[in-house]
Design a protein around this ligand. Structure first.
Ligand code: NAP
Length: 320
């Protein structure tokens, strides 16, 4: 049991920000030590080169150089689903298991995506600003928005979260299509052969695909052009999947109708050009950010850690 591990052994390291109660559990029950994120990191890693497990936040990940500095490392446990900051190729080559926390956050991320879709198409946040600044009271009319029920929605990345979004949207009688690298045989939705084709036949494109090098800028100029001035984009996945700079320019000059974004290239910085736009919904990466889901993610991290320390195998390994 982890409680027997003396704090000085530093069998477990943690890197990144975690909820205080998860930090308390990691430190108290597993003797975890925090990897500094400043110039002290290198000497810290050299001092604790005997560590076997690294618990990381999705934002920090486990880069190759950090893993190489820990020659006895056998497991990386990632808080959250996105593991694009962890060098999976190095982990595989070095025999390091990588776990993430799938499934437990799917519902909340899908709920957020649907809220974003409703917001950007019906102008909910913009209408709230309109009321607050007194425009309604002073006689202005709020512009007409777009109908959600019956709209054509394309989902890029029909995985766990993409499917949960699709299931929710069935209640809005939308026409659903999707694109993955390969078609699924367990869904009734139309498969589009390419992202461009998906965008061409959609009023709104939801990005729910894995982030990282394999999906970098899949949503490029041709896709954004295909969505066009009356099209909307919802990104709940990772900013890297979209050409952010081009998207900002197209939102600003009307070549793209609107966007709801939970993720950005340089979080927590948001491109300056988006801040003044009313056709854009900006969220602080809150997809999984509910009390219930963050507790479930913490439980999944601890269950993976406990399983690894007692059996040598993590519970929910990342599958490529
Ligand atoms: P998942 O079940 O692994 O689904 C990922 C989907 O992406 C799969 O359908 C996969 O299909 C597709 N995909 C991967 N590479 C692709 C490519 N090159 N072209 C087209 N499709 C591709 O993952 P999930 O649990 O649904 O999570 C999805 C992502 O959401 C995560 O990776 C994470 O970055 C993001 N996320 C964001 C938040 C937030 O707070 N905003 C929270 C949790 C997760 P194929 O393999 O068939 O291509």
């Amino acid at each position: 049991m982890g409680a027997d591990v003396p704090a000085a052994s530093a069998r477990v390291l943690r890197s990144g920000w975690f909820k205080p109660d998860l930090v308390a559990r990691l430190d108290r029950d597993y003797g975890a030590l925090a990897v500094p994120d400043d110039e002290r990191r290198e000497s810290f890693l050299a001092t604790h080169a005997d560590a076997e497990v690294l618990v990381v936040s999705g934002r920090t990940g486990a880069p190759g150089d950090m893993m190489r500095a820990l020659p006895r490392l056998r497991a990386v446990i990632n808080h959250g689903v996105g593991v694009e900051r962890t060098d999976l190729a190095h982990a595989a080559a070095a025999g390091i298991q990588v776990a993430n926390t799938p499934d437990v956050l799917t519902d909340c991320v899908a709920d957020a995506a649907v809220a974003m879709l409703l917001d950007v198409m019906r102008g909910i946040s913009a209408a709230d600003r309109f009321v607050r600044r007194g425009a309604w009271a002073s006689g202005e009319s709020y512009p007409l928005t777009r109908k959600v029920t019956g709209a054509r929605v394309g989902i890029l990345g029909l995985g766990r979260i993409g499917r949960a979004i699709a299931r929710r949207l069935e209640g809005f009688d939308v026409a659903l299509s999707y694109h993955n690298r390969s078609a699924r045989d367990d869904v009734p939705y139309r498969y589009a052969d390419s992202v461009v084709e998906l965008a061409r036949e959609a009023d709104l494109l939801v990005v729910a695909a894995t982030g990282g090098a394999g999906t970098s800028r899949l949503v490029d100029r041709s896709v954004l052009d295909a969505l066009g001035p009356h099209g909307f984009l919802v990104n709940i996945a990772r900013a890297s999947v979209v050409d952010e700079e081009l998207m900002v320019a197209m939102l600003a000059d009307g070549r793209l109708g609107g966007a709801a974004l939970d993720v950005f290239e340089r979080e927590p910085q948001v491109p300056e050009g988006l801040l003044a736009l009313d056709n854009v919904v900006l969220l602080p990466h809150l997809g999984s950010g509910t009390v219930e889901t963050r507790e479930a993610i913490a439980r999944s991290v601890l269950a993976n850690l406990e399983a690894f320390l007692s059996t040598g195998a993590v519970l929910t390994p990342v599958r490529s």
